[in-house]
Unconditional design. Sequence first.
Length: 419
Amino acid sequence: MTRRFNLLLVALVVLSAFPAAAAFPATDEPADVPAPTVDSVAAADERTETNYTRLYIDVDDSYRDVKPGESLEYTVTVKNGEDESVDVDPHLAAGPMMEFPLENEWVDIEGPSSIDAGETAEYTVSVEVPEDAETADYRGLVAFTDEKVTYPGRPAQPVHSAHVAANVWREPTVQIHSDTYVHAQVEAGDSFTRQLVIENTGDSAVPLNPELTTERRHCSGHCPNQLNPSWIDIDAPSQIAPGETATVTVTVSPPEEADRGRYNANVNLGLNDPNRQANNDYWQRVDIGFVVWKQPSEAFESDFEVSEDTENVTLTLTPNSYYGAEDADEADFDVEFVDPEGNVVEAERVRVSSSGFVDLSGERARNAVQQGDDYAVRNGGEEFVYRVDDPSVGDWTLRVTPENTIGFQYELDRHESSD
């Protein structure tokens, strides 16, 4: 705590003893300020006399994970900024609003009881977590003096202290072996299904009670549409026996009259892992995001010009697989070329290619499929190539009717002779 803090505290005390109008008068007229009472003056005098010892405290890596039966060590450094030596009394103190304070019998503090002027001392804070400790986030303050400070509306707390935290955890007994982010596209009137495999390695049965939430979160810009809960069906057993696995099946079925666009929902699986903190359920939330589309009634058209030097025209179509569903029908296209005379010219499909991304790092990418123990494979999409040879000179029209895809990219190439 520096001298600057003392001056700021004095200034705040002086201002707080007078009404706002006295501190910031709205006009040049003298304000009608009531005289301070004896009690307020005494309180202000008492605060202005406060002069905290100058100890500067630092702790390295104060938040640690630990299992029951294990121990932790924190190193706290304390620098004496006074002109004389300072006696200290390192002890554990509970900070305000700590749900799980560190227990005194878990903590041992070693270090000198006095710090010379201008010197820095190190203190070792050891935390021994018992085998029967509850899974929780334990916190505490290592205080070095009895000096305290009080902020409005909060209990007094040590001025010279270091914050330490021990996150006590156990190996989870419930594991979700499937991707908890469902990302897909679905045609209105159709459906898609995802399955989540959950394993219970514990010694007792685990309840399973999935609950769907469709409330839209705060968003700006292009927000998702409001989802009707009746579109989603969840099939799951009521519990998972010890040593067993269970499958949760999520089926999404938007009706034919559903609006096109993006929809989001969230499923809390309602699991109860005894080795996880009860108030932390992020690990069992399933985010469902999908896009509803409809088959177009008319073909997409694009006009292009063919010159005298053009030997052939190639069209490359790439369906949008970003929102692809695992069980969706394969994308396809109905392609027509219309020449300058209005005649439909048959286009030959000369190539269909597939691509993908293969990961060897062991980190499974989103929408990837595990292939054995070594490979995670993600679909990179397909390309459809069409060609028209010896096209006539003039203005042409391309017509494309997509099937089983939410969108596509096209590229028209006119290959010209070098003569």
